[in-house]
Design a protein. Structure first.
Length: 90
């Protein structure tokens, strides 16, 4: 997989999640919107934490993570409900 295809795959996943959240909010289904946001945040959080643990990847995101998302470095997960892989929303 090339860097470009990874970027487009990430963009597609983000689009799909945001579109679902928008449709849930339009239908006033706040719990479904939160669920979708939490699932997407969990997937991104886990992937970014893996990157920070990999010296070849870490350099790409470390400065931005320190400034904008310090919870990635500290390991705190208090901004959203963190789910295990395959776990359904509560």
């Amino acid at each position: 997989m090339t860097a470009k295809s990874v970027a487009y795959s990430n963009m597609l996943a983000s689009y799909q999640s945001n579109a679902k959240i928008s449709s849930y909010l339009a239908a006033n289904s706040i719990s479904s919107a939160k669920c979708e946001a939490d699932l997407h945040a969990t997937a991104e959080y886990d992937e970014l934490r893996r990157c920070l643990g990999n010296d070849a990847c870490k350099g790409y995101i470390l400065d931005a993570a320190r400034e904008y998302s310090p919870e990635l470095i500290s390991g705190q997960q208090n901004l959203f409900t963190h789910y295990k892989v395959g776990q359904a929303c509560k």
